[in-house]
Design a binder for this molecule. Structure first.
Ligand SMILES: Cc1ncc(C[n+]2csc(CCOP(=O)(O)OP(=O)(O)O)c2C)c(N)n1
Ligand SMILES: [Mg+2]
Length: 921
């Protein structure tokens, strides 16, 4: 063929789809030959560096002279590592193949068996408990090469292993391997997805919450694994740079799906990894070209698209597209036409080739060009059919992993092309239905058994029994030996954790009296003062990890910048604009390689990922790091709730500080900032203990007690504390209120009225507590009503306690009933209760079923708006007048005062009874 053909004739649409520039026609082939000849000469005589230099020099010269050269981020659709750069495979290929086949079989059997179980009435249990075969079938080689040669176990220290984010849907493969390694008994495999069985079972996906000695990172909510892995890798560097742990050599691996790359979280933080030169991070994208419904990019090429994205973002990209059997053809194809053909086919078409007879592949793939047909004229159809994709070739995968772990100064992404449902044959190989394939008929099982050579008889096969070679077998010895050499089994998570002695409230009495008491500050400021005090604490100071998404100044935290520095691996390569002279030590934007603050920029998803890395350092690294993630509460639970859910699953510990909370307290910002429902969201997260303190000392009590519980007593939990930005005078902490603060309620003030007509109970939280205190005065002075004001720090904690108590009572009806905390504190207390807070009413209404007294809740339901605090509190009906009116109304309902008195109060207090309902306003 002519050179003109070689460089031209590429379908522009295909080139565009694959991220390549439009092809051009070679107008002077002889000249081209000359240039290429020179290039060959330089390459042979002087090597690749010289070629790179010359090509760059040519490009620079052309640009200087005004020639536009498009920036190319794509390479041809072939393997990045050429065969001559491929290292020798260090393992026993045949043994590893047998091990892998057995693992494939058991993984498949686990899912098939789970879906064969009946409920005794002929139906499947719960319609079958589900499970996924096809994801692992496509990635078995990707995992097995890593298990046999790369994944570092925790080692003797227990904390020096790799941190691995397994693709969630591949979990049957991980269980299957653990079974062969002797880590899981057959009974557990039998109970895959049936965790409530007497022998225990296995959870569907990686959930440290459910299997705390096995899984480390939950990944099945797509996109969270990859972003968490990036911040994990950066956190490992942080630990090293701050001298807290030498994490050198600990790689972070993230295995993800190609479909998963559509999630914004997957790709949204990849530039952080390249910016920070995270060469401890390896992404392995299982490019089986399919997601759940169909092809990931039917009309394009996901590998090329991802290559361009990652390369553009500064990653080291290794494509593993073709298996070794293609090397011979590619080498023979001097014209480059085969690579061209490989590049021009779109993914939807590649999917079609899977499972098609060799004759079809010959006709449709090679048949487009006579030269290619000639190239394979000596290949049988059967041989063509069996030619592998790169992700199923251990040698190619090994070469990619080796290059990745040795690569310096950049993170690596491996784009491995595989077949979804590989080996399932008719049952789903490469089919659009593959993702949900859970069943196999007898023939399919027989075929699978034979294809992978599993020693199970024809009679037994239909039951899909598990198979494990004896301990003395070569396979088992080999696999155990490999893991031992690599530092032990993975995944594994320790269940005994180091303890940290945390400071006591006594140690902070002086801080409270000098820094908080009598000061007109906000609870946010009170918290920042506490944080500033804590980072200096000799016991816990260095373990504290403040995390902020570009809001330090909003929260008045900028003083900490210079005090403890903002972490930047590179240090500070510029002179900060707010640093006036070299002498200035305080108050400027100080970045430092040993900085303590993680100032993440505007990314709540990234910041939460940092929280999760820091919050699991106790189990990943054996260090009790104490994250304080401080953010706009509006952008927490509702924006990154899924990451907080993952935090709960992975047993993260730490403090979420929801700043500028309160629908009426953050006044001017309006509808997208005024949070009044994060407590409502938080309520559903069992490990989250949510508090809405009113006074700065309450925060101190909660934080110190929380640290003790989490890091000294080893409880698993996350504290969510909302703080506000309204300044008011902070009182001295009354005696003996610590328990109440922690449990959720304590009496703050009583107002006795001589000859009182009645008594009411006023519950207040956060900034609204002061309005309860104002109402207390109005009720006493104007209406002769005595009252008690209670600070309710957590309705959710009170509800949980009451619920637990009532449940116990129901199940132990013949024993003395237990009393909940709320019942205990309200014992003997009289009068209706009026609750008011800056949250939606449902937060306080949690207590409704557990109170015998009349209980009426005020709150801030509605979308929010910009106004002054005063106007907003009237609008949402949580100001002192509203509380007063509600109290009188409930008294009237009890017949204690007449309705006319309430009507008069409404008028006297200047409250418009016809004002619009804030819920819909
Ligand atoms: C956030 C989220 N959305 C949707 C799903 C449901 N889901 C599970 S697997 C899957 C397809 C996965 O495709 P891909 O990432 O390509 O992985 P593969 O199984 O092909 O390796 C989907 C949509 C999920 N688990 N998480
Ligand atoms: Mg896929």
């Amino acid at each position: 063929m002519s050179d003109a053909k070689l460089l031209g004739e590429v379908d522009p649409a295909v080139m565009a789809a694959s991220g390549q520039v439009e092809a051009q026609i070679d107008v002077d082939p002889a000249e081209t030959r000359e240039w290429l000849g020179s290039l060959d000469y330089v390459l042979k005589s002087k090597g690749a560096d010289r070629v790179r230099y010359l090509v760059k020099a040519l490009e620079n010269r052309a640009r200087r002279d005004g020639v536009e050269i498009p920036i190319e981020t794509n390479t041809p659709y072939v393997n990045t590592i050429p065969p001559d750069k491929q290292p020798a495979y260090p393992g026993n290929r045949e043994t590893e193949r047998r091990i892998k086949s057995i693992i494939r079989w058991n993984a498949m059997a686990m899912v098939v068996r789970a879906n064969k179980k009946t409920d005794g009435h002929g139906g499947l249990i719960g319609g079958g408990v589900g499970g996924h075969i096809s994801t692992f079938a496509s990635s078995a080689t990707l995992y097995e090469v890593a298990f046999n040669h790369f994944f570092r176990g925790r080692g003797e220290s227990g904390y020096s292993g790799d941190l691995i984010y397994f693709q969630g849907h591949a979990s049957p493969g991980m269980y299957s391997r653990a079974f062969l390694e002797g880590r899981l008994p057959e009974a557990k495999l039998e109970n895959f997805r049936q965790e409530l069985q007497p022998e225990g079972g296995l959870c569907s996906y990686p959930h440290p919450w459910l299997m705390p000695d096995f899984w480390e990172y939950p990944t099945v909510s797509m996109g969270l694994g990859p972003i968490m892995a990036i911040y994990q890798a950066r956190f490992n560097e942080y630990l090293k740079d701050r001298g807290l742990k030498d994490t050198t050599g600990q790689k972070v691996w993230a295995f993800l799906g190609d479909g998963e790359c559509d999630e914004p979280e997957t790709l949204g933080a990849i530039t952080l990894a390249s910016r920070e030169k995270l060469d401890n991070l390896i992404f392995v994208v299982n490019c089986n070209l399919q997601r759940l419904d169909g092809p990931v990019r039917g009309n394009g090429k996901i590998i090329q698209e991802l290559e361009a994205i990652f390369r553009g973002a500064g990653w080291n990209v290794i494509k593993v597209v073709w298996g070794g059997d293609w090397d011979v053809l590619l080498a023979k194809d001097e014209s480059g036409l085969l690579a061209k053909r490989m590049t021009e086919i779109v993914d939807g078409q590649y999917q079609k080739y899977v499972g098609m007879p060799g004759a079809y592949i010959r006709e449709h793939f090679f048949g487009k060009y006579p030269e290619l047909l000639k190239l394979v004229e000596n290949y049988s159809d059967e041989r063509l059919e069996k030619m592998k994709r790169g992700g199923h070739d251990p040698e190619k995968v090994y070469a990619a992993y080796k290059a990745a772990v040795e690569h310096k100064n950049q993170p690596t992404v491996i784009l491995a092309k595989t077949i979804k449902g590989y080996g399932l044959g008719e049952a789903g190989e490469g089919r659009n239905i593959a993702h949900n394939q859970k069943k196999m008929n007898d023939n399919e099982l027989l075929e699978f058994r034979s294809r992978f050579g599993i020693p199970i008889s024809d009679e037994e096969v239909a039951h899909a029994p598990f198979y494990k070679p004896p301990a003395s077998s070569h396979e088992i010895k080999y696999l155990l030996n490999r893991r031992e050499t690599l530092g032990g089994s993975v995944p594994s998570r320790p269940t005994v954790h180091p303890k940290l002695e945390t400071p006591k409230l006594e140690d902070y009495r002086k801080f409270m009296s000098t820094q908080l008491e009598g000061k007109p500050i906000s609870t946010t400021n009170g918290f920042v003062r506490l944080l500033t005090r804590m980072v200096k604490d000799s016991t816990i100071g260095k373990y504290i990890v403040p995390i902020v998404p570009d809001e330090s100044r909003t929260f008045g935290m900028e003083g900490l910048f210079t005090e403890i520095g903002i972490y930047a691996h590179a240090g500070q390569l510029y002179e900060p604009i707010d640093r006036k002279d070299a002498e200035q030590k305080l108050g400027y934007y100080k970045e430092a390689s040993d900085g303590q603050i993680l100032e993440e920029g505007i990314t709540e998803a990234g910041s939460m990922s940092s929280f999760n890395a820091a919050g699991t350092a106790y189990s990943a690294h054996g260090i009790n790091m104490i994250p304080f993630y401080i953010y706009y509460s509006m952008f927490g639970f509702q924006r990154v709730g899924d990451s907080i859910w993952a935090a709960a699953d992975m047993r993260a510990k730490g403090f979420l500080i929801g700043g500028t909370a309160g629908r009426t307290t953050l006044n001017g910002e309006g509808l997208q900032h005024q949070d009044g429902h994060s407590h409502l969201n938080a309520m559903a997260f069992p490990t989250v203990r949510a508090y809405d303190p009113a006074w700065a000392y309450e925060t101190v009590v909660l934080v110190l007690d929380g640290m003790r519980r989490l890091f000294q007593e080893d409880e698993t939990g996350i504290y969510y504390i909302t703080v506000h930005n309204e300044d008011y005078e902070m009182p001295k902490m009354p005696e003996s209120v610590e328990e109440g603060i922690i449990k959720g309620i304590y009496k703050f003030a009583s107002n006795e009225v001589p000859d009182a007509k009645a008594r009411v109970q006023l519950f207040g939280s956060g900034a609204i507590l002061r309005y309860a205190l104002d109402a207390q005065k109005i009720l006493a002075e104007k209406y002769q009503v005595a009252s008690d004001v209670w600070s309710v720090t957590s309705y959710t904690q009170l509800r949980r306690d009451a619920q637990t108590c009532e449940r116990w009572n129901m199940l132990h009806p013949d024993q003395a009933p237990r009393k909940s905390y709320i019942e205990t504190v309200l014992d003997g207390v009289i009068g209706p209760i009026i609750s008011a807070s800056d949250n939606v009413r449902a937060v306080a209404e949690q207590l409704l079923p557990y109170l015998t007294m009349d209980y009426y809740v005020l709150g801030c339901d509605g979308l929010g708006r910009s106004e002054t605090r005063q106007a907003l509190r009237r609008h949402f009906e949580v100001d002192a007048a509203s509380i007063t009116i509600a109290a009188l109304y409930r008294l009237s309902k009890q017949g204690i005062i007449p309705g006319s008195e309430v009507a008069k109060a409404i008028q006297d207090l200047g409250f418009d009874p016809e004002k619009q309902n804030p819920l819909f306003a």
